[in-house]
Design a protein around this ligand. Structure first.
Ligand code: ZN
Length: 132
């Protein structure tokens, strides 16, 4: 998706992501993003809290590799900014697309979408399907 700066995602999908991130607070939430194309999120799937560990992101990476319709992952930053950490950047290079939701005191405040272009984190603008 080089050159693309827009990610199509329904508000309903984003609400699902944010609800899951709030439910996992104060722990970090993790899930997978599915799409028919890398520029559109059609479905989201959560990774169960019991599966969450230091290895959870690599499980997600494996899913991305093994399931063609997985286009990326989402995760939360409990009481942190909705920006990729250094570790997130490494994962983004591997996985492709990532949505990060900031959860402040249990409430999802903002979600951002990222890809890595030429080694640099690039934020995507999330738009509703009809606006694309
Ligand atoms: Zn992160």
């Amino acid at each position: 998706m080089a050159g693309s700066t827009v990610l199509v995602v329904e508000a309903e999908r984003l609400a699902e992501i944010e609800a899951h991130c709030e439910a996992c607070y104060p722990n970090e939430a993790l899930g997978l993003l599915y799409g028919a194309t890398p520029a559109q999120v059609d479905r989201v799937a959560v990774v169960a809290p019991s599966d969450q560990s230091a290895t959870s992101v690599s499980i997600a990476a494996q899913a991305v590799i093994s399931e063609p319709q997985v286009i990326g992952t989402f995760h939360s930053h409990p009481d942190g900014p909705a920006e990729p950490s250094v570790a997130d950047l490494r994962q983004l290079e591997e996985i492709g697309l990532g949505i990060i939701t900031a959860v402040v005191r249990g409430t999802a405040t903002v979600s951002t979408a990222w890809i890595v272009v030429d080694g640099k984190a690039t934020e995507l603008t999330m738009v509703e399907p009809e606006a694309a």
